[in-house]
Design a protein around this ligand. Structure first.
Ligand SMILES: [Zn+2]
Length: 352
């Protein structure tokens, strides 16, 4: 059984440039309209650190609209997930420019008590925005997909009530930040983990439902749509400095192409899903949550998303949230947070 989950990282550029209106509010409104048209939910990964810090410094007049929009997504049944770029918390705002803290770029390498304080602060911000004192996000996506080293951060997220991570894209590799998700290619459509997100652990504290990707020859990555988006974005120093390590990331015969609804064409997206449908016809008992990713700052055209949602409806493929997907795998989540992990170890799991 296939279900699609659409996740959107809700944030400005990684170096702090750009306006909330242009890069967050306006594209999210266009997305909201098309998801409302098809009556399907989105998972909105709100980058809590930057929203809180931008608001506290009064650095962008659209912050009030953005926070209202987050509440509206929540009330309309979309899932609010937690996305975190921890380098924002110590950011300085000088001459109308943000200086982010490179020492806190990767949440996972910080001391455990610092990780705890950051996770607490981020959840507290979402509670204030949603005006729900007991709100806890179920799902997490790390800034720049960095969930390694995994142990301390996964323990902290689980201790704060989170259930799901969707930072992994199978086959991923970034030399500069020592991100290496190649080993996870052996895994199924979802798995529980604790110490290393690559390694399934039946006693794991979190469930990984990875962002769907497929290994493709490197030349397939250089489509006109992708190159246009690359030119549009300003350089993020933490990602582009040390060009050698970036080049090493690309020095591979095949490369993981993410299932990205902002960067892929409708043909590329349906092609990826058709392959899954063939696998599903051969073995329909396997539950296959297919997680698509997008970024508000990357949304060029909603027509691609509209065409793809139409394709899903024509082919009777449901659209769900990460939280509901967790319930399908692990059992119902109550208001209190549901059963403790893992209810049913092993992967790939079968639906009820
Ligand atoms: Zn991000």
């Amino acid at each position: 059984m296939i279900e699609c989950v659409f996740t959107v990282d809700y944030e400005i550029y990684g170096n702090g440039r750009g306006s909330l209106w242009d890069l967050v509010y306006e594209p999210a409104e266009r997305l909201r309209a098309v998801f409302r048209k098809w009556d399907v939910p989105l998972v909105v990964f709100v980058e809590a650190a930057e929203m809180e810090i931008i608001g506290s410094r009064g650095a962008d007049p659209a912050i009030g609209l953005v926070e209202r929009q987050i509440r509206e997504f929540h009330m309309a049944g979309s899932e609010i997930g937690l996305h975190l770029h921890s380098q924002w918390y110590n950011a300085r705002y000088e001459n109308a420019r943000w200086q982010l803290d490179p020492e806190e770029y990767n949440l996972c390498v910080l001391p455990s008590d610092r990780i705890d304080r950051i996770v607490e602060q981020a959840i507290a911000y979402l509670r204030r925005v949603l005006a729900e004192s007991d709100f806890t996000p179920s799902s997490f996506r790390a800034g720049n997909w960095l969930l390694q080293p995994t142990g301390a951060v996964s323990r902290s997220l689980a201790a704060h009530g989170l259930k799901i991570d969707s930072s992994v894209f199978k086959g991923g590799r970034q030399h500069r930040h020592r991100l290496d998700y190649r080993r996870s290619r052996r895994n199924g459509y979802h798995w529980t983990f604790s110490q290393d997100v690559n390694i399934p652990d039946s006693r794991g504290v979190l469930l990984e439902i990875p962002t769907f990707s497929r290994m493709v020859p490197i030349w397939r990555m250089f489509t006109s749509k992708r190159i246009g988006l690359q030119k549009k974005a300003p350089a993020d120093p933490a990602r582009t400095e040390g060009g050698i390590s970036r080049l090493r990331d690309y020095a591979r015969l095949s490369y993981p192409m993410k299932f990205d609804f902002c960067r892929l064409s409708a043909t590329e997206m349906t092609g990826m899903l058709e392959r899954e449908r063939r696998l599903d016809r051969d073995d329909p008992g396997v539950y296959r949550p297919i997680v698509a990713i997008g970024h508000t700052k990357d949304l060029l055209d909603v027509e691609t998303v509209d065409a793809f949602l139409s394709y899903l409806q024509r082919n009777s493929i449901p659209v769900t949230t990460l939280r509901k997907s967790w319930e399908k795998i692990m059992g119902p989540l109550g208001r209190s947070g549901g059963p403790s992990l893992p209810a049913r170890p092993g992967m790939p799991s079968r639906p009820e």
